[in-house]
Design a protein around this ligand. Structure first.
Ligand code: TXA
Ligand code: MG
Length: 512
């Protein structure tokens, strides 16, 4: 760590945030890290000083001795150290709530101690935890609280005051914190960029902005002329409706008159995040946005810059992905610049998109129950955990159980170089004559036979693969190739969305 002076910090709750909450732990052997904890904290530790702040009332009630708890904490720190992650200090409150001590969350005792002992800048710091007290703790010192849905997160969610940042787990919390830090640095380097973007949107401009899935090209949703400019810039057919992006729940009534209980449950679990819900539209949503449909697509993106832009603009933002129609979606600001720079008023840079494939689209207006229109960043399994299994429907184009959304053309997300699909376990054919590129999940043994090879994830991690997909397709497409061979990935989790995009990229140009 280079600058020890006035570094911001992240204060991490232990149980239910970094490790599984399995009741009172008395021995290191009972510690189970969440699989995301170590990779996430590695990235975080490069920019923030890390602390653990934990409440262990079992010491006061006799469920564990102070020594036992200290050994468990030491083990957690040692395991993180082994992975190259430094924990500056572990702060542990051993008291019961009725003891009325100074150090129990949400009292800021430990945070103030850290500020003094380690020169931590509290207003630029974060607290992450699975209890409303963790968020309240942040607010005591002007830091930012992040509530995670692991551990007790789902159980206590109802007691969390509205308007707080709620994220699925430590991985997304770290992505969020790093994006907030990027945003702060960018605003320091180029002050007022965000304000200018918001002013442009209010004045009928079109602005490209990052979301956690892909970059969007936005216009104020109720400004029909601005929305028309989005269609023009993308050369997008008018029959393909746009998604309305909102920043808080108060915006919902502007867009939809009716939010059924099932929609509420899905929003609570997946917003902000890569889930788009189709609901009935209000009269004021322009027909241009919905392509004349009586329904509107709504989502709350999980990127601090997107949410800040919507808040500053004071309007929901209608936005398709920021690419020419039918071409690969952009996952960096440079992708947008390469293809649309001269057609948009401003491009906001928020770094590479963490999810990398577009949102999942779920229609809640279909007469026979929720219908999955597009597989995306929220998996079928995750949806099922809230609303039960989705019925398999007769397949049109795309994977089984996915019905075509208006505008979901079979050829989409397509590079210029022709693309042919390989099955996950199909042996690689001898490359046909000409220059052939290979897109594959893990490194192949015969890479030398190809003019270009792109691997989506060395460890075969499908979330990493999704984040790399469109960038890898673009890099291949920029080379003088005659053909891209793309190997489908295992069809589970995000693999379904990856395969869907590959299938569309491969669809012959002659298909309707
Ligand atoms: O992740 C995403 O969803 C990205 C980011 C920018 O938010 N946006 C995105 O937008 O992928 P776009 O325009 O590329 O895809 C939106 C799709 C449309 O093509 C259409 O299939 C579907 O959403 N859609 C929009 N409104 C709909 C409606 N009322 N009924 C059914 N499908 C709708
Ligand atoms: Mg906890």
């Amino acid at each position: 760590m280079t600058t020890s002076q006035h570094m911001p910090a992240v204060f991490l709750d232990r149980d239910g945030t970094l490790i599984e909450d399995r009741g009172q732990l008395r021995s290191p052997s009972e510690v189970v890290f969440y699989p995301d904890t170590i990779p996430a904290l590695r990235r975080l530790g490069e920019r923030f000083r890390l602390f653990i702040v934990t409440h262990q009332p079992g010491i006061a009630t006799g469920l564990a001795s102070a020594d036992e708890v200290a050994r468990v904490n030491a083990h957690v720190v040692a395991e993180l150290n082994r992975a190259g992650i430094a924990i500056a200090a572990v702060y542990c409150c051993p008291h019961r709530r009725e003891d009325n001590c100074d150090c129990i969350k949400p009292r800021p005792f430990f945070l103030n101690q850290a500020a003094r002992a380690y020169s931590v800048t509290l207003p630029r710091s974060f607290v992450v935890g699975d209890h409303p007290h963790d968020v309240a703790l942040a607010e005591q010192v002007g830091a930012t609280g992040i509530y995670v849905l692991t551990g007790h997160g789902a159980r206590h969610r109802a007691t969390l005051p509205p308007g707080r940042t709620v994220l699925p787990g430590i991985r997304e919390a770290v992505e969020w914190i790093l994006a907030c830090d990027d945003l702060r640095r960018r605003e320091a380097a180029a002050p007022e960029t965000l304000a200018r973007a918001a002013a442009l949107l209010r004045a009928g401009g079109i602005v490209a902005f990052p979301t956690e899935t892909v970059y969007g090209l936005g216009a104020a949703v109720f400004d029909e002329r601005a929305v028309a400019r989005v269609f023009e810039a993308k050369q997008r057919p008018r029959f393909d409706p746009l998604i309305a992006h909102i920043g808080d729940m108060d915006a919902l009534p502007l867009l939809t008159p009716a939010v059924p209980a099932i929609a509420r449950a899905l929003m609570e679990r997946f917003w902000p995040g890569p889930l788009t819900l189709i609901l009935p539209k209000t009269a004021q949503v322009p027909d241009l946005v919905t392509a004349g449909l009586p329904t509107v697509a709504i989502r709350m993106p999980r990127h601090p810059l997107a949410l800040a832009l919507i808040a500053r603009a004071g309007t929901p933002i209608a936005a398709p992905s920021a690419n020419p129609f039918g071409y690969t979606s952009p996952t960096t600001a440079a992708h947008v610049r390469a293809q649309l720079a001269d057609r948009v008023d401003l491009i906001l840079d928020g770094g590479p998109c963490a999810v990398g494939v577009e949102s999942t689209i779920l229609d809640l207006t279909a007469p026979d129950g929720p219908a999955l229109l597009r597989p995306g960043g929220v998996t079928r399994e995750e949806l099922a955990s809230v609303i039960g299994p989705l019925p398999e429907r007769p397949a049109g184009h795309g994977p089984p159980g996915v019905v075509a959304a208006p505008g979901m053309l079979p050829r989409h997300y397509a590079p210029r170089v022709p693309l042919r699909l390989l099955e996950p376990d199909e042996p690689c054919p001898t490359p046909p004559p000409g220059r052939v590129g290979l897109l594959t999940l893990q490194p192949p043994s015969d890479a030398g036979r190809f003019a270009g090879v792109e691997c989506l994830s060395r460890d075969g991690d499908l979330r990493e693969a999704a984040a790399n997909l469109f960038g890898a397709l673009r890099r291949l497409d920029e080379q003088p190739l005659d053909l891209i061979l793309a190997r489908r990935v295992p069809a589970s989790g995000l693999g379904i969305a990856i395969n869907d995009r590959l299938t569309r990229a491969a669809a012959a140009e002659t298909e309707p």
